[in-house]
Design a protein around this ligand. Structure first.
Ligand code: AHM
Ligand code: MG
Length: 330
């Protein structure tokens, strides 16, 4: 049976008594925006021929950089959803209040419109991440930070779209993790990966090893154990440099992805709200583990919307071994 993402969301929503349909309407804003983004991503190589960012294209429109386009697509599609009061994008310094922020606005949506965008020029996968939070009790429309500065365990849904050899949407509303592949001929995301479980043990580790001299204690001895086969298999390395694509492989094939603190980025490079939280939510829903290197990612209380965190995420075998090598809270 063919199941579209809309059917799936409606089905999931039935598990929540009193759900009104507003949540599926909200998620449809994300699927619409990401379909617009994927259409542009697929044309990316043509920009040299048809005009680059800043140029005027054949229709007389000024061409935009893809990450700017992706940001505007998400903003545009989500601003029209009455259930959303606050939108926060990695591309914008300040969160945006939707025009109709009212008592009926129950959610904040946080997103990175085009993660790994430096990979676009070389035809490598990029992605969009999103995280959805419920409006806290009593939060005002004039104080968007109050909506956003919640620990990741409060997410009501999270997901990503990876624009790879096909376009795949992976999301969770806390009832497992499900993947949908875009069928471009009909423009619908079709259920292709129901109930994804991260393998307890994989064969790849994924980290930018150029920074290994700067990793905190414990990281390199752990990676060396993987390389030497001390966990039973000799691990191979895979690193794309697009977090969404690196995580997507880790989710499906197992293993571990690490973005540790480095000399340039003492708190790691990835952003807690836009990147680490949605990935950690999906990882846990799929039976994996995600930590900052010292504590569970989903327990971190954010203090600013753009704050960064190290992110180490993977299957239980690798993560249990990693946690044994570092100073961890539990
Ligand atoms: P971006 O948000 O500016 O695109 O940067 C985030 C990306 C991640 O997708 C990826 O994991 C990381 O940067 C790679 O960084 P590095 O080149 O330092 O390994
Ligand atoms: Mg990013």
């Amino acid at each position: 049976m063919i199941v579209t993402v809309q059917q799936h969301i409606l089905h999931d929503q039935k598990q929540f008594p009193g759900a009104s349909g507003e949540f599926s309407w909200l998620l449809s804003g994300i699927t619409l925006a990401t379909k617009m983004v994927q259409a542009r991503v697929r044309r990316a190589g043509l920009s040299d021929i048809l005009g680059d960012a800043g140029d005027t294209n054949v229709q007389g429109e000024v061409q935009q950089k893809l990450d700017v386009y992706a940001n505007e697509a998400m903003m545009h599609c989500l601003s029209a959803r009455g259930s959303i009061g606050v939108l926060a994008s990695e591309e914008n310094e300040h969160p945006r209040l939707t025009a109709h922020c009212s008592p009926e606005a129950h959610y904040a949506v946080i997103f990175d419109p085009l993660d790994g965008s430096s990979n676009i020029d070389v035809n490598v996968s990029v992605g969009t991440t999103f995280s959805i939070l419920r409006r806290p009790e009593g939060a005002d429309c004039d104080d968007p930070e109050q909506w956003l500065l919640q620990p990741g365990k409060k997410q009501v849904a999270a997901g990503y779209v990876v624009y790879g050899s096909s376009t795949i949407l992976v999301y969770s509303v806390g009832l497992g993790v499900h993947g949908f592949t875009l069928d471009p001929s009909v423009g619908a995301f079709i259920l292709s990966h129901p109930n994804i479980k991260m393998p307890a043990k994989g064969k790849y580790y994924s980290v930018n090893e150029a920074y290994r001299d700067d990793f905190p204690p414990g990281y390199n001895p752990f990676i060396d154990r993987l390389r030497k086969g001390e966990l039973g298999t000799k691990y191979a390395s895979r690193y794309i440099g697009s977090m969404v694509a690196d995580f997507h492989r880790t989710l499906l094939k197992g293993g571990i992805f690490l973005y540790p603190p480095t000399a340039d980025h003492a708190d790691g490079k990835l952003r807690l709200l836009y990147e680490a939280n949605p990935i950690a939510f999906l990882a846990e829903q799929a039976g994996g583990i995600a930590t900052s290197g010292s504590r569970r990612v989903l327990d971190i209380q954010p203090t600013s919307i753009h704050q960064r965190t190290p992110l180490i995420v993977g299957g239980t075998t690798e993560m249990t071994e990693f946690i044994r090598h570092v100073r961890h809270e539990d």
